[in-house]
Design a protein. Structure first.
Lengths: 245, 259
């Protein structure tokens, strides 16, 4: 089990400062949500954490190792399911195991054990395009989980789903995390989603992103707390120069 | 009613073809055209039946050249696409040339191959390769380049090597584009072999046609044309079958859309 430390990360893309001195941490088993307006650099941060992008300054520590600019430790899940249309559900979720050099038989066995909890039982042989959006996201999540079971990054994973499916998926994810207890770094721009899922919330300001609020959510009360919502909303709009969201 | 209409839709092209052939038949008979100018469809069928063993023999050698060339073209195209995809700078340097090279009518080069490679099998196969190679390699490269970059990033974040990404992500997603290029090439392959034979050969449908044409046996030329058309159709259908086998996810998806 491991947590993530993001230490003083700064990144400019096309000479625009996107992330400005971001420091945050995800403890073991903690569900951390980053919330911020669209285009504030949340996805850039996840790309940096996963090692795809090298930050201009700062470090990424996973466990107590330095993983700055190195891939292969944590994978992440996006709004797009990014399942391979050429492979059925079983072969898709097994990909991380195959990439790690595990043979197909053993990979299938490993994945099989999780199918029920991930709501994919009976759909192993379906191709992604034959499944509903919610189911595809569950398969994508299982693939992410099988790559690294201790840490998961999610970038607005439910944003492309309809309202009812999204709600179901949020509740299901909460269940799942209380069973498997991974450390999660979850990005969203949906305040209700953040309050429902998070142990800790970091609110990002518009570009250049800075952390404008850091809240620990009390379990159970979060989703009803209108005051907290107002506070988050205010923090998200902080320093905004004219452009309404 | 709807079903009847759909049967009608399927039959429509056959009916049209039948009508056109009938007009041709009637026109030839009414005008008493001699068969060394234009034989009627029935005459062509008669010739086809009469020269069948001969045609079969020539077909075999044309088919051999076409298929050898076609398969070699596929192999070379795959190799080229892989190398160009792997080395980005090479792709930058070569891809535009590939496109521009398409302005050279290969058929006009064919006589040179006779000079360079003689009268045997080789010059025909080279013509077939040159004609078939480009549609395949272009469709492969386009397919490889059209993969969602997020998908590639995902695989990179999972620590996948470039070879693994090529094998798991790029190649499968390029396949459906590849098959459309392949169908074009397949239908060209027979034609290319025939053209290779026109210029100088000792057997093959192209050779058969040249001999027939020199003795004003227009019926024989057209009988060969019928065979060439049928062969091309057959090859394209074979590619369809191959696609059905190799890209099962595409057909599964269509099945779902129908349901």
């Amino acid at each position: 089990m491991a947590g993530i430390n993001v230490c003083n990360v700064t990144k400019s893309l096309d000479r625009v400062v996107t992330l400005s001195n971001i420091s945050l941490s995800v403890e073991c088993h903690e569900f951390v949500v980053i919330i911020g307006p669209s285009g504030c650099g949340k996805s850039t941060l996840l790309n940096i954490v996963s090692g795809l992008i090298v930050p201009d300054h700062g470090r990424i520590e996973i466990g107590s190792e330095d993983w700055t600019g190195r891939t292969g430790r944590i994978s992440y899940m996006q709004q797009k399911d990014l399942l391979l249309p050429s492979r059925n559900v079983m072969d898709n979720v097994c990909i991380p195991l195959l990439l790690k050099g595990i043979d197909k038989m053993r990979a299938n066995e490993t994945a099989q054990a999780y199918l029920k909890d991930f709501g994919l039982e009976g759909f192993e042989n379906y191709y992604p395009r034959q499944l509903s959006g919610g189911m595809r996201q569950r398969a994508a999540l299982l693939r992410t989980y099988l790559f690294t079971s201790d840490i998961m990054l999610m970038d607005e994973p439910f944003a492309g789903l309809d309202a009812i499916t999204r709600r179901k998926m949020q509740l299901w994810l909460r269940e799942l995390c209380s069973t498997y207890r991974p450390s999660v770094l979850f990005v969203t721009h949906d305040i209700d989603e953040a309050l429902l899922l998070a142990d800790t919330i970091y609110v990002f300001s518009p570009r250049p992103a800075q952390i404008s609020l850091h809240i620990k959510v009390q379990p159970g009360v979060g989703s009803k707390n209108e005051e907290l919502k107002q506070e988050i909303m205010a923090a998200m709009e902080a320093d905004e120069d004219g452009t309404q969201l | 009613m709807k079903r009847l209409a759909s049967i009608g839709n399927k039959l429509a092209p056959y009916i049209t073809a039948f009508l056109l052939l009938s007009i041709w038949e009637v026109a030839v008979r009414l005008n008493h055209l001699p068969s060394y100018i234009l034989p009627s469809p029935l005459q062509i069928i008669k010739t086809l039946a009469g020269t069948f063993p001969l045609l079969l023999m020539h077909t075999a050698s044309t088919l051999e050249e076409a298929m050898l060339g076609f398969i070699l073209a596929i192999l070379i195209a795959f190799l080229t696409a892989f190398v160009l995809d792997y080395f980005y700078w090479l792709n930058q340097a070569v891809y535009p040339l590939l496109i521009v090279s398409q302005t050279i009518p290969i058929i006009t080069l064919a006589p040179l191959f006779l000079i360079w490679f003689g009268w045997g099998l080789l010059p025909k196969i080279i013509v077939v390769i040159l004609v078939c190679f480009f549609p395949i390699v272009i469709s492969l490269l386009n397919g490889l380049n059209s993969v969602d970059p997020d998908l590639i990033n995902l695989f990179r974040s999972m620590g996948a090597s470039r070879i693994a990404i090529f094998k798991m992500v790029k190649l499968p997603s390029a396949l459906s584009v590849f098959f459309s290029g392949l169908k074009i090439s397949a239908s060209y392959s027979i034609m290319a072999a025939v053209i290779g034979e026109w210029l100088g050969a000792e057997q093959g449908l192209g050779y058969f046609m040249t001999i027939a044409q020199k003795s004003f046996r227009v019926d024989r030329v057209l009988a060969a044309v019928v065979v060439i058309a049928l062969l091309s159709l057959l090859v394209v259908k074979a590619i369809d079958l191959a696609e059905w086998l190799v890209v099962p996810w595409k057909r599964k998806q269509e099945e779902r859309e129908i349901n």
